[in-house]
Design a protein around this ligand. Structure first.
Ligand code: F6R
Length: 604
């Protein structure tokens, strides 16, 4: 994820950079660093761990004169969280900070090393500054060298570069990672990865678009677009209220977080996919040695992610899997065999019941793995190994993006284990990795779809109950859809396996029973359809979610449809999230803070 900041002006540059980084610290806190160029020379400082370490390190350093400064807070992707790998990275006389991943860095680095350049870090970022300085030797001017550098980079990035060759300027580029610049009446310029650090400092901001690059000085903002032509900054007024600014114009954090899913999943994937393998640098090679069973344990939404995982592990990795609700598992004197890998799943890493099961597994001598969104949380500290989901801070009590990243991790992990155990052909793994790369696109919210759901939602504000139904991995998604709806709308909803309705619940069917049917085209379509027809014959009101038209439905939400059921899973996940959101908004509820709930449940 990483957060970047920049400043051009005459105030206390150090404090401005540190305050900006504080607002962005949620994006990563493996290390932090700043570089300040003033009166022709650079001062640079870095520290491993949270920002307070950097603050402490530079407490005696002051800046009062005009300066150009850049700063970074890191979520490690390439290279361990060490000081050498912390940004800003230095060339001969320039510093760079970067958020994203330079996919062709290995080839670029080899070329530079062959030419005699010495690298200090293991990061992909360091190539940018060396490449720039190499280009500077032959370019007509400094900007030409920067421009040439950008054209040589592949991947995702938000970049800020400061150089002694142009000591009043910050060069920038954006492709796939967020970046904006803010201005005020005092001719100061501020850069950041999101607008919150700029509130109170700037009056207006320009949000860069993908492909934008250029430079900023005290007197101008020069932007070039993807077509290589210069364009005018598009300045918009900056909100003055931090909380509403953090919502970026969305009505609720939950809505923002649904829209963010594409970006955060891109972060989840960063550095973890090669063409033919899933790479989890954080896992030791022997973690799965001798493992004959995987036990997954969690609560609530994380439990639904665990249930989804069990389908993937058994289908692709051919490992026996069982899924446990943490509050049940703790007290039922469970059998724990040493050949079991015990996986806990938690957004917060602090949920009391889940944490307790992790302790039980550790005491029983099982290997343990935490899938978690919060580094340094209790579960992360306790587990033998951790995979961070990189969803960023989730503020809405109803979990959305955390679930999306958990399932993403599990799809990847099931392929990782499949490769280790030879349970899928290499071509199949390569093909699925290609599909995993499409998850960010599959969860992008389609405006027309959102509008349709908004309109439809008015029909679902009453009734005596909702049944979300699905088969196979769409059953945990049905559970999750039902949980979302009941949490924020206070309407009764259940998730059920489609094929199980006729064993009892179908007795409830009447026009006031709403069935939300998940009908993916690539998994058991005909069978699921028959189950829905059974409900339709009993006059239940049906809302079908499917790429294929379904004439027996009262309402129909048509998805785009993909060639693989997992991409349909992600697409339908967004639909059920939006449906709950819109029903809740229509009912006038507080979407982000529903009654009786809390974000982190640290009591049992
Ligand atoms: C529902 C929700 C909860 C949590 C559950 C576990 O939207 O957020 O059901 O999933 O309380 O929390 P974590 O994942 O933090 O362990």
């Amino acid at each position: 994820m990483c957060g970047i900041v920049g400043y051009i002006g005459g105030k206390n540059t150090k404090e401005i950079l540190l305050n900006g980084l504080k607002e962005l610290e949620y994006r990563g806190y493996d290390s932090a660093g700043i570089a300040i160029l003033s009166e022709g020379s650079f001062n640079s400082f870095k520290a491993v761990g949270k920002l307070v370490n950097l603050e402490e390190k530079i407490k005696d350093f002051t800046t009062e004169k005009f300066a150009v400064g850049i700063g970074h807070t890191r979520w490690a992707t390439h290279g361990k969280p060490t000081e050498l790998n912390a940004h800003p990275h230095l060339g001969e006389s320039s510093y760079v900070v970067h958020n994203g991943i330079i996919e062709n860095y290995a080839a670029l680095k080899k070329e530079l090393v062959d030419e005699g350049v010495t690298f200090l870090s293991q990061t992909d970022t360091e190539v940018i500054v060396h490449l720039f300085e190499k280009n500077l030797k032959s370019a007509t001017d400094v900007f030409a060298a920067f421009r040439q550098t950008i054209t040589q980079l592949e991947g995702a990035y938000a970049i800020l570069l400061a150089t002694k060759s142009k000591p009043d300027t910050i060069f920038f580029a954006k492709q796939g990672s967020p970046l904006l610049v803010g201005i005020n009446a005092e001719d100061e310029k501020y850069f950041a990865s999101s607008d919150t650090p700029l509130i109170g400092q700037c009056e207006s901001v320009n949000y860069f678009e993908d492909g934008d690059f250029g430079y900023v000085t005290p007197s101008e903002i020069v932007i070039y677009g993807t077509n290589g032509k210069q364009k005018q900054p598009h300045l918009s007024k900056l909100a003055t209220n931090k909380l509403s600014a953090q919502k970026d114009g969305y009505r609720f954090f939950m809505e923002k977080e649904i829209y963010e899913q594409s970006d955060v999943i891109t972060d989840t994937l960063l550095g973890r996919l090669s063409e033919d393998a899933v790479v989890f640098e954080e896992l030791s090679d022997d973690l799965f040695d001798g493992v004959n069973e995987i036990k997954l344990c969690a609560c609530g939404t994380s439990y639904h992610a665990a249930l989804s995982a069990s389908y993937l592990f058994e289908r692709y990795s051919k490992v026996r899997c069982c899924v446990e609700i943490a509050s049940e598992f703790r007290y039922r004197e469970p059998i724990m065999n040493k050949d079991t890998l015990f996986i806990v799943i938690s957004q917060s890493g602090e949920t009391a019941d889940t944490l307790e099961t992790l302790k039980m597994a550790k005491n029983a001598g099982l290997k343990t793995l935490a899938i978690c969104n919060v580094d340094n949380s209790s579960m992360v500290r306790l587990a033998d190994a951790t995979i961070l989901t990189r969803a960023g801070v989730e503020k809405g009590v109803a979990s959305t993006k955390a679930f999306a990243t958990q399932v993403t991790i599990f799809w990847m992990l099931s392929l990782h284990v499949a490769k280790l155990r030879n349970t899928l052909k290499p071509q199949e793994i390569t093909k699925q990795i290609e599909l995993i790369r499409q998850i960010p696109a599959s969860v992008k919210v389609d405006d027309a779809m959102h509008e349709r759901i908004k309109r439809l939602s008015k029909r679902y504000l009453h009734g005596h109950g909702f049944f979300f139904i699905g088969r196979d991995i769409f059953f945990p998604l049905a559970l999750e859809g039902a949980l979302k709806l009941k949490e924020i709308s206070y309407l009764h909803a259940e998730g059920y396996p489609s094929g199980e309705m006729k064993h009892g619940p179908i007795a409830l069917a009447d026009p006031e029973l709403f069935t939300i049917a998940l009908l993916p085209q690539n998994l058991l379509y005909e069978k699921s359809k028959s189950n829905v027809e059974e409900l339709s014959a009993r006059d239940s009101t049906i809302c079908a979610i499917s790429p294929l038209a379904f004439e027996k439905a009262d309402d129909f939400i048509q998805t785009k449809g993909y060639d693989h059921y997992m991409l349909e899973f992600f697409e339908m996940m967004v639909v059920v999230q939006l449906l709950s959101l819109e029903v809740s908004i229509r009912l006038g509820n507080d979407v982000d803070m529903p009654r009786n709930l809390a974000k982190s449940v640290t009591v049992e």
